[in-house]
Design a protein around this ligand. Structure first.
Ligand code: NAI
Length: 683
């Protein structure tokens, strides 16, 4: 017997097991939208009236079970009341699943996140595919909220407070094996056995997971205040309460209501609905949507490159090659020196050990990364990525040699951070295939890649470059070939202002603190030391040819003295074991009141200039680029969003004031006037 809804297909088999196949229409991923939940509620009512022998939830999508609630719907919630209604309805549906008078099973493969895992937790049994692609988690904290469909209560009940809080507070996604170990699922097995395993647990229930005594003890009302203190200490290292209230709210909830599940559930809904309408959550939800938009930039469906050839095995080329091989590509890495190639493999091994842990996948990844001193890989390459010295003439010479050796449809990418593509394109016969793929350092940690369009770059090449970027799990940001592209151009004025402040005698620690209190992950002085002062100087000098950026003497002096930052253990700071030693501030020290504004407004002013120059096509993409390329406080939604929330007129006045006191590097960009006009038109 079967019933078909728009998003669900319900089949009851000969053994009286009802299989709820979820396959969200018009979408490659299953999410719990309003319509999906409506249909589910209808079906649950049917099942309740005429219960089958068992109910199994499974997904017909290739990429996974359920990726979560529909985040787009979150961004339209205007009041706390509307949010509460949505959350309570979700809870009601999960409770209906939990109360079905028959065994219920969730069969998990691929993504099983947020609301998706909350649904699985409402089932009596959970069985997951043990493939590395299976990702289980409650990542709501990353959107400025916490689980709301009963997931907080049920994950704590299932795995104990320590494991469950750890999962929810970090928002990390774990493998099926890790979830099994934590007691969150019953079995982690190969996909081909999932159906048989479902039938088996229906017949014979597996024993319930035993939470260890000390984890149970942590839930006791006398222990909770102590555990709470530890949890808060851990959270505070990563997220300021004023900036990210959600983890603190979750800890409070657990401490207050862990003894009363019913009340905990009610308060969970209230807390999430309050968080949902905060600026933090709305900004983080928007950032999430921007990320999805970037991933969808490339529309190519049939483009499937297989081989990537990287030239230049230095800091960048070596890490780009290692990363591409980690993501499954066959990669050749070319350099002039054997010793450099040996270092690339050594670094790659370290990365693979950290990421893959097990011997077989590490060996397989290393097998995909082939040192290639003679450039033999060029002939089979679908993509060539050049990452040699930052010298236009040397790069031109290389391209002349490379082009005749590659396939006609191979794209040629450069990782240059400052050379306009127009200076490189003329040496190619077919310059429509030249594109910039500007990775950030360190490659394994920075999610953004700027896709640089030169005057002759074709649409097809842009699309291909973006498609490759997405396939290596990086976010493509199309930018025009102008000095500094987007990220370096916006970042540099901010870093240079920090150095000017240091020259004026403001203590380094106070400068960094002003930025981290604003929400930056790292202060600008520490960031400059980490990137390398030589690189900062080079980029700043390059940019100063076209913009009034000002390169402070103190930066030049440090580079002349070879005090380059972290890599030489001495820059602005002295580094011990890779960490900067920051001299404490005097007890009576008070920082200048305009300190944070001087740093942040130079960055924001430059962001406005980039929009005016059309470096990217929208203020959304400026926000996305600056967040993913520099770590700009995500809860503030990016520089343009921040400017709007602080008030454009007010910021212009502030900039004029700073201009009169510190010089015309603060002069409000002409783009502000355009922005005011645009905002007035769209109001
Ligand atoms: P690097 O100096 O560490 O490495 C350059 C490598 O290229 C060296 O190993 C050298 O032996 C090799 N090489 C030079 N000419 C070659 C040739 N003709 N054939 C084969 N190999 C050759 O440089 P790094 O820092 O990796 O930079 C490479 C490129 O990436 C530059 O264009 C730079 O602007 C860009 N970039 C650098 C970033 C950074 O943070 N270092 C960030 C983003 C882009």
């Amino acid at each position: 017997m079967s019933t078909t809804y728009k998003h669900w297909k319900i089949i009851t088999d000969d053994e009286n097991i009802t299989w709820l196949h979820f396959d969200k229409a018009d979408s490659s991923t299953n999410v719990l939208s309003h319509e999906v939940m409506d249909e589910l509620e209808t079906e649950l009512n049917n099942l309740n009236q005429k219960p089958p022998g068992a109910v199994v939830f499974l997904s017909d999508k290739k990429n996974g079970f359920i990726a979560g609630a529909d985040v787009n719907e979150f961004s339209q919630l205007e009041t706390e009341h509307v949010a509460l209604t949505l959350i309570q309805r979700g809870q009601h549906i999960m409770n209906m699943i939990e109360r079905l008078p028959c065994p219920t099973v969730a069969l998990i493969h691929g993504f099983c996140l947020g609301g998706g895992f909350e649904l699985a937790l409402a089932c009596r049994f959970r069985i997951a595919d043990n493939d590395p692609k299976t990702k289980i988690g409650l990542p709501e904290i990353k959107l400025g909220i916490h689980p709301g469909f009963g997931g907080a209560v049920r994950s704590i009940r299932t795995a104990g407070p320590i494991a469950a809080m750890n999962l929810m507070l970090t928002g990390r996604a774990i493998s099926a094996r890790a979830a099994k170990k934590m007691g969150l699922i019953h079995y982690a097995i190969p996909k081909r056995h999932l159906i048989a395993a479902a039938r088996s647990v229906i017949k014979k229930a597996p024993p319930a997971h035993k939470i260890v005594w000390w984890a149970r003890l942590a839930n006791h009302k006398l222990a909770r205040p102590w555990v709470k203190k530890i949890l808060i200490k851990q959270v505070a290292k990563k997220a300021h309460r004023a900036h990210y209230p959600a983890p603190y709210a979750l800890i409070d909830l657990w401490e207050c209501y862990a003894d009363d599940e019913q009340r905990f559930m009610e308060e969970e809904a209230i807390s999430v609905s309050q968080l949902m309408v905060t600026k933090t959550a709305q900004n983080l939800i928007r950032v999430f949507s921007l990320q999805e938009k970037m991933k969808n930039y490339s529309h190519l469906k049939d483009y499937q490159p297989k081989h990537i050839h990287v030239i230049g095995g230095g800091v960048m080329g070596g890490d780009i090659a290692a990363w591409c091989a980690l993501q499954g590509y066959s990669v050749t890495i070319q350099d002039r020196e054997h010793a450099t190639l040996a270092r690339v493999i050594k670094r790659a091994y370290k990365l693979y050990k950290k990421k893959l842990k097990k011997r077989l996948p590490i060996t397989e990844a290393l097998d995909r990364l082939v040192p290639d001193i003679n450039g033999n890989g060029l002939k089979q390459a679908d993509v060539v990525i050049e990452a040699i010295f930052e010298d236009a003439e040397v790069k031109r010479q290389l391209f002349k040699e490379v082009e005749p050796q590659v396939k006609a449809d191979c794209i040629i990418a450069t990782n240059t951070s400052s050379i306009p593509l127009e200076e490189l394109a003329p040496v190619l016969n077919d310059s429509s295939r030249l594109v910039g793929l500007h990775f950030f350092n360190p490659v394994a940690m920075m999610p953004l890649v700027e896709i640089v369009r030169g005057k002759t770059t074709s649409d097809e090449t842009m699309q291909r470059a973006a498609s490759v970027t997405k396939s290596i799990r990086r976010l493509p940001l199309p930018v025009s070939s102008s000095p500094g592209f987007l990220v370096n151009r916006i970042l540099m004025p901010y870093l240079m202002e920090a150095v000017v402040l240091a020259e004026e005698g403001v203590p380094l620690k106070a400068i960094d603190q002003a930025a981290t209190e604003f929400g930056m992950p790292m202060g600008p002085i520490e960031l400059a030391d980490t990137v390398g002062l030589d690189i900062c100087l080079k980029v700043a000098e390059n940019l100063s040819q076209t913009m009034d950026i000002g390169v402070p003497e103190r930066l030049r002096n440090l580079v002349n003295k070879k005090q380059l930052g972290k890599k030489t253990d001495q820059g602005f700071y002295v580094f011990k074991k890779g960490k900067p030693v920051k001299p404490a501030l005097a007890k009576d020290y008070t920082p200048p009141t305009d300190l944070a504004d001087r740093l942040i407004l130079r960055l924001v002013n430059e962001a406005v200039a980039c929009l005016r120059d059309g470096v990217v096509d929208s203020s959304d993409m400026i926000d996305a680029g600056v967040i993913f390329g520099t770590g700009f406080a995500p809860f503030r939604g990016g520089p343009m969003c921040y400017a709007n929330s602080r008030g454009i007129e007010q910021l212009i006045k502030l900039l004029e004031n700073l201009d009169s006191r510190y010089g015309n590097r603060f002069k409000p960009d002409d783009g502000w006037t355009e922005l005011i006009k645009e905002n007035a038109e769209s109001a």
